[in-house]
Ligand binder design. Sequence first.
Ligand code: C2E
Ligand code: MG
Ligand code: MG
Length: 688
Amino acid sequence: MERQASLVRKIGSRFVDPEIALLAGEELTGKVRRDLLDLAYRNNWANILVNLSVGGGFILVFWAQDNLSAALMIWYAVVTVLCVVRLWGNYLYRRARMGISELQADDFQRWHFRYVIGVLTAGFLWSVVCIVQIPIVQGESQFLTMIIIAGLAGGAAGILAPMLLVGRIYLIALLVPPAVTLTLMSEPNYILAFMGLIFLIVMLVTHQNNHAVLFRSLVLKHQHDDLVEDLRQKNRITENWNATLEASVEKRTKELRNLVVHDTLTGLLNRDGIHEWFENMQRSGDELDFAVLFIDLDHFKQINDGLSHAIGDEVLRAVSNRLREHIDDQHAVGRWGGDEFLMVLAETKEELHGLVDATIQKAQYAVNQPINISGHTLHVGFSTGVAFATKDNPGISELIHWADLAAAEVKRSGRGAVHNYDNLLLIEQERRLAINQALRRALSAEEFHIQYQPVIKAKGGAVLSYEALLRWNSGELGFVPPDEFIPIAEESALIVDIGEWVLREACKAIQNCDDIAAQTKVAVNVSIRQIIVPGFAEMVERILVDTGLSARRLVLEVTESIFEKRQTVQISDVLAQLHDMGIEIHIDDFGTGYSSLSRLHQIKIDAVKIDKSFVLKMDENARVVIEGAILIAHRFGLKVIAEGVETEDQRKMLDAMGVDAHQGYFFARPGKIPCPNRHWQIDEVSGV
Ligand code: C2E
Ligand code: MG
Ligand code: MG
């Protein structure tokens, strides 16, 4: 403030209102000063021309009054010269200002000084002419002189508004000398002098007001300009800030996007990530084909349940890292969920198949290496389903679905292998879905019935039992063979209700059939899924009670998979309970599954049924298996039944090997009960 005040004192006071200048501030005052000088020079033309013309008018008035003197003529010549000099100065100023936006301080001082000199000299000349002429002229001429001077002052109050002090001096120079002269004359004209002074005061106030308005408007203009500039600056800063903000938002968005598209446990792409990657690849316009590898870890559930979920997580992480190592950036590797991983390979059509084989091989080798976690050495394998994208089938969801189907197929037909997807799989899958749906309605829609196939004693040909074989005539799908629908019913646990129904119906049928010998049994197939349902033995007992069938007349056929399942203890307990009730337990499809020979003694069973595949084949290997099975079974005191006996040769051979009973088309196809109630005499059958 102090500096500002001193500045105003130093320069402002000369030509701007100190109060206003103080308000405007130092920098702004400087700008306004320069503008005022510009304006002053712009108005100067008018001032000069008015001087010239009013001076000429003055000459005319005095000439008309016959008062024109040589001194007046000289005065006007001086005025004219001054006007020319001032005009020239004005021109120079305009020229000097043209090339530059703002005057330097020195230039400003110089041009300001020149202006002041020009104006004040003009004012001085008017003072001189008034002082000299007014006493000389009388009456009307005095009035005319005062009117001309007053007109001049009126114009100056506006024209000299940019310059406060100079304007004031000019006005005073115009009006004070004639007023004083009028009073000091030999014949003073006080009225005219008084009027002249009043007019001076009015003009000084007008001039000051004009100056103030001008100054304020210039201050406002500059403030506005500064504001605009300020805003522009701020905008620029805001733009920068916006750009920084945009960058950080973009960065953060990318980070969030990364989180969204990556699996938190393994860091691999997740489902969204795989989709996004695929879309980007498609958009890239490269002529690439795609292959999806659906990788499903084998027996991961055992690790998870048996050890802990924490160790399970570690295994998933280790597998992820190993998979990632064998895939470069051009391809994608992701976790589909649980123990399922995906690799999506992008390659030219010619190279793709080779790349898939190589990648699976490398990945299998890497993942198969032992994983050491918390003192456990774990071995992990996986099943792979592969699907290739053709131009007609570019959707990633469809591709993954196909690869998933192919992997499921691998799981069904033994793990650890690779299966390529083909269209048959999809058809198969759709059929499985349709069967699953139709099965849910089959029981209530009474679409099931049972056929019975006899099991014939090898020695003597008596019917030992009838095997109950379920048949399904679906309202929607027509006849569906049990080999097709039973596994699906087992997968979905529908088998529990269906199995109970079969058991009840079979017991009822055999109990109510009068044509059947009292000791002939009924053999009912039972799935593991049914056995592990709590209360299975009680359910069987209840059915026996309900139907009135003796436990001694019931055979339950279970498959070898009972040895494979983890609930072996539970299963053997249930089977033992049933066995203790007097029910016979037979192992069905013996020889096809888990090598259970050594564990036969662990479970209370009565017989094994050698699978029909061995009987039907009856080659060297099959014979070895059958003979071995018969040998061991007999060692354990178990009977041996051969199923799938279609020919007499087979029967004879099996007899020679020592089987205890036969079942097969050679004797009877599954059919209605009562079956022919007779003994199959060996001679009779063979025709011997
Ligand atoms: P399985 O228990 O091994 O039944 C014997 C299968 O062999 C039957 O097939 C029967 O028709 C067939 N078969 C009998 N003799 C011959 C022959 O000489 N040659 C040939 N090629 N086949 C013969 P099916 O009836 O199609 O049953 C297939 C499988 O479905 C059964 O195999 C059994 O595992 C399952 N199954 C059938 N009914 C039921 C049921 O009620 N419950 C359960 N859990 N499974 C059932
Ligand atoms: Mg069976
Ligand atoms: Mg069988």
